[in-house]
Design a protein around this ligand. Structure first.
Ligand code: HEM
Length: 476
């Protein structure tokens, strides 16, 4: 009480005035903020706005309210709402925070190769917004996703796959149901940690399928809509990482993996490299230490960020795709039989899988994988890119529902405006993928069982351009 009186007596106004002043400043601040939002909203839909020529829903062009409502209140439904709006307004429309071309893939490729906006996971290349820094960070990692680098890893992947199958068969023998995505998550986390650090996390060796990354990743991904609107909450979550014992078990596993297990594996990779010990096959992080990237790019926090991006980006996505494929194969016996027949042509002993160069030549296997990837989307949200150096010209065609002829569209998007597109919207465009919700591997093959290249152009599960996923880039 005494301290409060001392502070108040030191102020140039009395206690009553103090409360009034605080209230006054809060009100003033809120009014200025509201006035600014109103002016901005009016500007966004005024005829002077650079995107005013493009037809679209006015509320979505003026404010973030629809995005907040559909993504935060209705939980991740804005992409579906955008799909509905595209049906009314056409293939392109201004919509805060992005201009959204719907399905013009050529446009997207161009945008992606020239843009410089990233996502989260702080210290990783994946999250690096600056175009040049991203390129510098991507280069040493990209090296590890060539065929030459990946081939020595193949026997280890086969060994882990066999371990996975044995464990699944044993589990099936007990008659107890289990969550398949957990099983796949153990496999992918073990394979990727082995490639990254030369050591598996040992999830497949556990008696059960848990713990693994899946539940904690899902919990974190479920909060992304909220964090986009309230980024300051990130700070509160960071504080939680000091007290993992008081957090839900799955989050605690992830935090311990990021704070303890991964840094220890990276340190070990560094020591092995410094001690001159040569491993049978190169590991990503030992090679990163050896590489000529600047020293500030080799700090522990940077490499932990990169490792987290690799583990998060590589484990959940592959496990999810494998689960989608398994579900469709088990619910469509004809597809499963066709695939089994094709595999029987090259597999004589299921305990000894043929090498990848043999498997990759199987057209139906390839088509099954591609269709599974299409229906698992990769990133189903709206990834944004910004052209900072030049204006962009969008040209497309749109056929309103019920109309006989299409309409040609041509719009200029000034530099600095974000452009977004979603794999979910493109993969469910019925003009590109008829019966788009059906699992039909045949759609990727022509009568000669050759890949239908024109359809592959609209395949977006790995993104496109300079920020596309590193996983599938398997050049020689
Ligand atoms: C089913 C498998 C996978 C899918 C569907 C997938 C999907 C994606 C998508 C959509 C992106 C963002 C692209 C963009 O912003 O345009 C991405 C980025 C990335 N992915 Fe994957 N991914 C998969 C597997 C993997 C694997 C196995 C790894 C590595 C072990 C990996 C490593 C990365 C990295 C490092 C990036 C960031 C690339 C950059 O910003 O330069 N991904 N992935």
């Amino acid at each position: 009480m005494a301290l409060r009186d001392t502070v108040i007596s030191a102020l140039p106004f009395r206690e009553y005035d103090f409360k009034v002043m605080v209230g006054y400043y809060i009100l003033l601040f809120v009014s200025i903020w509201l006035a600014y939002q109103v002016v901005r909203a009016v500007w966004n839909i005024s005829p002077f706005h650079p995107l005013s020529r493009i037809p679209g829903p006015k509320l979505a062009a003026a404010t973030y309210l629809p995005e907040f409502y559909y993504d935060v209140v209705k939980f991740g439904k804005y992409t579906s709402e955008i799909k509905r709006m595209h049906e009314i307004y056409g293939t392109a429309m201004p919509c805060l925070p992005y201009f959204l071309p719907h399905d013009d893939n050529e446009y997207f490729t161009y945008i992606q190769t020239n843009m410089n906006e990233g996502l989260c996971l702080d210290a990783s290349g994946f999250a690096t917004a600056d175009h040049d820094l991203h390129r510098m960070r991507r280069a040493p990692l990209a090296k590890f996703f060539s065929k030459t680098q990946l081939t020595p890893m193949e026997p280890r992947v086969q060994q882990l796959a066999q371990h996975l199958c044995d464990k699944i068969l044993a589990q099936a023998g007990t008659g107890k149901p289990f969550d398949l995505i957990m099983a796949y998550s153990c496999f992918t986390a073990d394979a990727i940690s082995d490639y990254g650090f030369g050591e598996s996390l040992g999830y497949l060796d556990q008696e059960s399928w848990e713990p693994n990354f899946h539940k904690s990743l899902t919990m974190i991904l479920n909060t992304t809509h909220i964090f986009r609107f309230f980024p300051f909450l990130n700070g509160i979550v960071a504080i939680g990482s000091w007290f993992p014992d008081y957090l839900p078990k799955d989050i605690a596993v992830l935090i311990r993996t990021l704070n303890t297990t991964i840094p220890n594996l990276i340190r070990k990779a560094k020591h092995t490299m410094e001690a001159g010990i040569e491993r049978k096959r190169p590991t990503v992080f030992a090679e990163m230490f050896k590489s000529d990237i600047p020293e500030q790019e080799k700090t522990m926090s940077r490499l932990v960020g990169e490792a987290a991006a690799l583990m998060n980006g590589g484990t959940g996505t592959v496990a999810w795709t494998l689960s989608i494929i398994t579900y469709h194969l088990l619910t469509q016996p004809k597809v499963l039989d066709k695939l089994t027949d094709e595999l029987r042509g090259v597999v004589s002993d299921p305990q000894r899988l043929p090498p990848w160069p043999t498997l990759e030549k199987l057209p139906y296997l390839g088509a099954v994988i591609q269709e599974g990837l299409r229906l698992s989307y990769g990133a189903s949200g709206r990834t944004a890119r910004v052209a900072t150096g030049e204006d962009l010209v969008y040209s497309g065609e749109w056929k309103p529902e019920g109309a006989k002829d299409g309409v040609s569209l041509s719009y200029t998007i000034p530099r600095g405006y974000a452009v977004g597109m979603s794999a979910f919207l493109v993969h469910h465009d019925e003009t590109l993928f008829p019966d788009s919700y059906e699992f039909m591997p045949e759609r990727w093959l022509d009568d000669n069982l050759e890949r239908r290249k024109e359809r592959e152009q609209h395949f977006l599960s790995f993104g496109k351009g300079s920020r596309m996923c590193l996983g599938p880039i398997v050049k020689a």
